[in-house]
Design a protein around this ligand. Structure first.
Ligand SMILES: NC(=O)C1=CN([C@@H]2O[C@H](COP(=O)(O)OP(=O)(O)OC[C@H]3O[C@@H](n4cnc5c(N)ncnc54)[C@H](OP(=O)(O)O)[C@@H]3O)[C@@H](O)[C@H]2O)C=CC1
Ligand SMILES: O=C(O)CCC(=O)C(=O)O
Length: 421
């Protein structure tokens, strides 16, 4: 068999093309949607603590802004590259479309291992990213947010830098900020909470009782850990968590009696990883994928589920918390094996949904309680899930195919109205 294509941009293009074909859209639609409208590459010189200057490469892509300004996170990770940023921006367009939030898709990244930087270096890098890009950002232009390797503090530095450079007070230029300075209640936990809502809804449709369901989650960062917390709250049993640590690379923890979120989080906060976590057996990532579970949740990076992995998965349902965790070829195998997948553009859309709520609150200068935010998020996500499920049933397609059909059509219709084709 030929080597599997792991270029995330080509994966995203295949998904969009399939929807354009299924909808019989004019060829111009795919021509517009196959690449971002703009991709900017910048060099960011950063004065390091030892007095030397290091230059980091950064990117920002806006895939499409027909429906509204670009929206999407900024990733700080050594594996960032232009095709990854472009693909992530494509997925953002259709994630926003699925949820009906009035944005287009954007995404950014910097090639860096943030854990190798001091706090001062991280702050100067975050500010440098904005210095290189501020002319292309704005509350109504393109709105960054957190992604892998970035957090509320990084967002606060970015907004501060933007406001200094522009002489404005534009809180809504970046979302995912700390609650103490323009952030929304519930945003930090929103992606993981949303994953739990989609997992629950899908389980219900598939006749899986979420109470006592065996769940395995790959990743214990922002999304993975809050997924664990919220799925556990629903009564599911977290039997395995997959992680990565510099000392051992990939590894996973397994306990058939169940792992506890609070206990693992406390251990993680103290030790920075879960390598020697005492209340579980350490297993390999290969063993992790083969576990017999009800729900499998990849919540780390792209290309986690390859053809090889898809062939050995023993789950009744896969919920994609990460962006692009399943390759298109692996997706075909899962389809043939009858394993349903709730796609990333629906499953992890809680983050951008609450980012939208944050932006609305910033523009209004009026803030909501955590309960209000969570309730509104849940209503929106259940509605999106039901709309997509209805399409899947009507056209006898996968959940992913239905999600793309719904979203690509929305974007195509607006582009038509605007006279883009
Ligand atoms: N943050 C958000 O709001 C949103 C994030 N997402 C997506 O969710 C995914 C996770 O993002 P997020 O949680 O924010 O990022 P974080 O940086 O908070 O966490 C990523 C986690 O994945 C771990 N990891 C990395 N590689 C592997 C691996 N091969 N196996 C197991 N674990 C691994 C990391 O470990 P280590 O830290 O040791 O490297 C870390 O714990 C990404 O795909 C992101 O794009 C989607 C929607 C919104
Ligand atoms: O909160 C946002 O604006 C976007 C989050 C994000 O990057 C994502 O959904 O992948």
């Amino acid at each position: 068999m030929s080597k599997e294509n792991l270029n995330p941009l080509e994966s995203a293009q295949r998904q969009v093309k399939a929807a354009c074909d299924a909808l019989k859209l004019e060829p111009a639609v795919y021509e517009i949607l196959k690449e971002p409208l703009r991709t900017i590459e910048i060099s960011i010189p950063v004065r390091m603590d030892d007095g030397t200057t290091k230059v980091f490469k950064g990117y920002r892509a806006v895939h499409n802004d027909a429906i509204g300004p670009g929206k999407g996170g900024v990733r700080f990770h050594p594996g960032v590259n232009i095709n990854e940023v472009k693909a992530l921006s494509v997925w953002m367009t259709f994630k926003c479309g699925v949820m009906g939030v009035p944005y287009g898709g954007g995404k950014g990244g910097v090639i860096v291992d943030p854990l190798s930087l001091s706090q001062g270096e991280l702050e100067r890098l975050s500010r440098g990213y904005i210095q290189g890009l501020y002319k292309y950002l704005g509350e109504k232009i393109d709105i960054p947010a957190p992604d892998v390797g970035t957090n509320g503090q990084v967002m606060a530095w970015m907004v501060d830098e933007y406001n200094k450079l522009t002489g404005q007070s534009s809180l809504g230029v970046v979302t995912g900020k700390p609650v103490a300075w323009g952030g929304s209640e519930g945003r930090n936990e929103a992606t993981g909470f949303g994953v739990s809502v989609i997992a629950r809804e899908a389980a219900k449709r598939l006749g899986i009782d979420i109470k006592g369901a065996k769940v395995a989650v790959q990743g214990f960062g922002n999304v993975g850990s809050y997924t664990v917390k919220n799925v556990q709250k629903q009564g599911a049993k977290i039997v395995a968590v997959g992680e990565w640590a510099p000392s051992v690379g990939t590894y996973a923890l397994y306990n058939e009696e169940g792992l506890d979120f609070e206990d693992m989080k406390a251990y993680m906060d103290e030790h920075k990883n879960l390598v020697d976590y005492p209340k579980a057996k350490q297993i390999s990532l290969d063993e992790f994928w083969e576990l017999e579970v009800d729900i499998l949740i990849p919540a780390a990076l792209e290309n986690a589920i390859t053809v090889e992995v898809a062939e050995k998965i023993n789950a009744k349902l896969i919920c994609e918390a990460a962006n692009g965790p399943t390759t298109p070829d692996a997706d075909e195998i899962l389809k043939k094996r009858g394993i349903p997948v709730t796609p990333d553009i629906l499953t992890n859309a809680g983050g951008v949904t609450v980012s939208y709520f944050e932006w609305v609150q910033n523009l209004y200068g009026y803030y909501w309680s955590e309960k209000e935010v969570e309730e509104k998020q849940e209503v929106e996500m259940v509605k999106a899930f039901n709309d997509i499920w209805a399409l899947k049933e009507k056209y006898d397609v996968t959940i992913r195919e239905a999600a793309y059909m719904l979203s690509v059509k929305k974007v195509a219709d607006v582009m038509k109205l605007r006279g883009w084709y």
